[in-house]
Design a protein around this ligand. Structure first.
Ligand code: PLP
Length: 297
């Protein structure tokens, strides 16, 4: 699809079972997702019309909904076919997909009632493939800045749940001066993650990333990268790290569904190789995984 066609075309979203234009799409002011952030979401990628790591995303969505006690009553097949329908209606194969499920309309009470009618929204936009044959969404390596805002501890809001409440990340990003991503620590000072990404670094001992025992969202891209590193016999360490460990690393990179792997060229003003050899190797292996899973099936 050309850019001109794309600009002229009106996008269609899937809202509570129907395909609607952005103007027709309505969510009630009494929706708990709007009022309280009481909802779960997933950001997914479609490559060549196939959802990458679909089962891992649906597993995480299920875990988030279970943490929230949000029983939306839809099967994976229902959700997948709504996504496929939305992609087809927008004539999209390579796309960013956001699936949001809130507890729906329950006026007036903070205490959640059983979810009778959840609000289910699928939002898509074109996103060209990165990797082997494409160009990544980011324009260049990222810069990272350690911020004062700390990651909400699991005892307050489990980091493993991908909920509509993103204020923690928003406040972290608000602190940035001339940097692309926040390096967010937990209350004890250990590196947790970025505002919307997982953090990796490379030193003489191999590849490191903060452990999921900390306040870290279990990124789907993180998991794929760890698997790929294992297969490539790169020593992998999931541990507890301080910002200093990241600052003095040889290579640093960030992962998320949209960025895939994004090299980091500066951490708190200190330079690192971007991309270094391990980041470049893992980026290639990741692109091959996308190719295998989505384009060759
Ligand atoms: N950590 C946070 C806080 C995020 O919001 C995200 C994604 O948005 C990630 C990590 C990366 O997760 P994924 O690789 O599943 O996109």
């Amino acid at each position: 699809m050309s850019d001109t066609n794309e600009a002229a075309r009106e996008r269609l979203y899937h809202v509570n079972g129907s395909l609607v234009t952005p103007d027709e799409a309505t969510v009630s002011v009494d929706d708990r997702g709007f009022r309280y952030g009481d909802g779960a979401f997933e950001t997914l990628r479609a490559y060549g019309g196939t959802i990458f790591e679909a089962e891992a995303h649906f597993d995480r969505l299920e875990r988030t909904c279970s943490t929230l006690g949000l029983d939306h009553g839809l099967t994976r097949e229902d959700l997948s076919s709504r996504i496929t329908e939305t992609l087809a209606a927008n004539d999209l194969e390579d796309a960013y997909v956001r699936l949001s499920i809130t507890r729906g309309v329950q006026p007036g009470k903070l205490t959640p009632q059983p979810t009778v009618e959840p609000t289910v929204v699928i939002w898509v936009k074109p996103l060209a493939r990165g990797g082997l044959e494409g160009t990544p969404v980011w324009e260049g390596p990222a810069t990272l800045q350690t911020v004062k805002t700390r990651r909400i501890p699991d005892a307050a809001l489990p980091a493993g749940a991908k909920t509509h409440n993103y204020l923690n990340g928003i406040l972290a990003r608000k602190e940035l001066h001339d940097a692309d991503e926040a390096l967010v620590r937990d209350l004890d000072g250990y590196v947790a993650e970025g505002a919307t990404s997982n953090v990796f670094f490379v030193d003489d001992a191999g590849l490191h990333t903060p452990t999921l025992e900390g306040s870290v969202l279990p990124g789907i891209t993180r998991e794929a990268v760890l698997e790929l590193a294992g297969e490539a016999s790169i020593p992998v360490h999931e541990g507890w790290y301080e910002p200093e460990d990241v600052r003095k690393a040889d290579e640093v990179f960030l992962t998320n569904t949209t960025w895939e792997l994004r090299p980091v060229e500066r951490v708190d003003g200190l330079e690192c190789e971007a991309p270094g050899p391990v980041t470049a190797l893992l980026s290639r292996l990741f692109a091959e995984r996308v190719e295998r899973q989505c384009y060759r099936e």
